[in-house]
Design a protein around this ligand. Structure first.
Ligand code: UT7
Length: 322
């Protein structure tokens, strides 16, 4: 009998503080119209001083557990994707396990930058398919605001904070149909965030903030996401019209529109959160998925294509029947 990974719950958390493009125009040399036209972003959420990746992850996780109506103790595996962990160790996943009061499970973090939640779904699916785990919590949680240089107008306009979660359970009903994940480590210079604590030598201009050559990243992202769409449809013998919803990583509406066009989809079939959330890195796909599920757009039995692209470069897709 084939074992599938079914979505049994979703959750999301956004900090209360809203930082608008207008707020940013008082901090750096930019305008609301430049940001909106080039990115599709109007505002983003910023974590309070007491909030961390694990505190936000806990809230998103509790929502997913509530929707699934399970006991948290049933979770056998917690995977947290984050580039902004509370601590180098213990992993944020271990901190979330403790926050949820789960004594008997396995927890670990993964680091795949903005592709983190798609990579997390892929890993979770392998563990469920092999029978290692029956119930898996996958979370993407990021306090990007803490690794953004708020004097750099080319990056600070892009990012926001938040957490998204999904609960998967083993089932004989089709769920995750396939995942396709890739990396190419040859692009470090185009998008990176230094870790000054672990570096042998720290450059003055590398104070631990995100550094991106946006225009070059943009071009690779559009081409790579086009390829991952082709790969996913081909490998799974699907037509464009078989996909009901595109749930993309939220980096730039122009990148998302190019992927939707490749799928022959109208933007009405795309879950967009970018305008009010910005790029929440590994949290963005699961936050968008949660939104689509909770507002009733994504319905049981529909086919969803998630895709993401991030530093590394890393990229991938997750194709699932909800
Ligand atoms: O999530 C991980 C993957 N990340 C991405 O996929 C991000 C991909 N990149 C992008 O989304 C876009 O490249 C950006 C939104 C980051 C930038 O848009 P762009 O159309 O590629 O602009 P650009 O970097 O080519 O800059 C165009 C101009 C430059 O001025 P000059 O050299 O033409 O005089 C920049 O200095 O815009 C200037 N600029 C700004 N102007 C006003 C850059 N940032 C700003 C700003 N406000 N915030």
């Amino acid at each position: 009998m084939t074992i599938w990974s079914n979505v049994i719950g979703t959750g999301g958390y956004l900090p209360a503080t809203i930082r608008t493009n207008h707020d940013l125009s008082e901090m750096v040399d930019t305008t609301d119209s430049w940001i909106y036209e080039r990115t599709g972003i109007k505002s983003r959420r910023i974590a309070d001083v007491h909030e961390t990746a694990s505190s936000m992850a806990e809230i998103a996780a509790r929502q997913a557990i509530e929707m699934a109506a399970i006991d948290a103790e049933q979770i056998d595996l917690i995977i947290v994707a984050t580039g902004t962990p509370d601590r180098v160790y213990p992993s944020t996943a271990c901190l979330v396990q403790e926050r949820l009061g789960i004594k008997n499970c396995v927890s670990f973090d993964i680091q795949a930058a903005c592709s983190g939640s798609v990579f997390g779904l892929s890993i979770a699916d392998q563990y469920i398919k092999t029978g290692f785990a029956k119930t898996v919590l996958v979370i993407g949680s990021e306090v990007c605001s803490r690794i953004v240089d708020w004097t750099d107008r080319s990056t600070c306009i892009l990012f926001g904070d938040g957490a998204g979660a999904v609960l998967l359970a083993a089932s004989d009903r089709p769920g995750i149909l396939a995942t396709h994940i890739h990396s190419d480590g040859g692009y470090e210079d185009l998008l990176y965030c230094p870790n000054p604590q672990a570096a042998a030598q720290v450059r003055q201009d590398e104070a631990g903030f995100i550094s991106m050559r946006g225009n070059e990243v943009f071009k690779v992202a559009v081409n790579t996401l086009g390829r991952i769409v082709d790969e996913t449809l081909e490998a799974n013998h699907l037509q464009q019209s078989d996909i009901d919803w595109l749930v993309p990583h939220q980096a730039n509406t122009r990148i998302i529109a190019a992927t939707a066009k490749k799928l022959g989809m109208s933007m009405d079939q795309v879950i967009l959160t970018l305008e009010t959330q910005g790029n929440t890195s590994s949290a963005s796909v699961l936050l968008a998925f949660n939104q689509g599920v909770r507002d009733g757009r994504i319905k049981r039995g529909q086919t969803v294509l998630m895709e993401a692209f991030g530093a590394g470069f890393t990229w991938g897709s997750a194709l699932l029947k909800f």
